[in-house]
Write a protein that binds this ligand. Structure first.
Ligand code: TYD
Length: 136
């Protein structure tokens, strides 16, 4: 991966099709534009629940629907855009300073998140107002 995208975008991943089942892999700084420092996943999300609802100062993320489906709403302070994720062979790259909300999780869905940083609460904007103010 040569350049880091400036906006949230879908990135297709390699897929090795096989009659025994498909295989997808991700290498940091190759298939996604950062080195992976942390992996976490959301699961058993109840119907109607919303996750996310924050932006990051520095952290970049790559979100995959490993199973099932959900919608990611991204907002860079100027435009809102919706991405529907429902296959494990692509994901959504989200750069720093983008507000995100995850919603409409299908029953049994698993949302895998690859992150460029370890967990640090001080990297979060959890208030939309404060996020907008920081963009100015
Ligand atoms: P949060 O990032 O708000 O979840 P999401 O954005 O997916 O809705 O995190 C929820 C809680 O989990 C919060 O108290 C912080 C904690 N947490 C960690 O301790 N480590 C982590 O890597 C993550 C992602 C969250």
């Amino acid at each position: 991966m040569k350049k880091t995208p400036k906006a949230a975008c879908v990135i297709d991943l390699p897929k090795i099709a096989d009659h025994r089942g498909n295989l997808t892999f991700i290498e940091g700084n190759r298939h996604i534009p950062f080195l992976i420092q942390r992996v976490y996943y959301l699961y058993d999300v109840p119907a109607g629940a919303m996750r996310g609802g924050h932006a990051h100062k520095k952290l970049q993320q790559f979100i995959i629907a490993a199973s099932g489906s959900f919608t990611v709403v991204v907002d860079d302070g100027r435009k809102r855009k919706k991405f529907f994720l429902n296959r494990p062979h692509y994901g959504l790259f989200i750069p720093q300073m983008v507000w995100r909300e995850l919603e409409n999780f299908s029953s049994g869905s698993i949302c895998v998140v690859l992150a460029s940083e370890v967990y640090e609460e001080s990297d979060y904007y959890r208030s939309y107002k404060r996020f907008l103010r920081a963009l100015k």
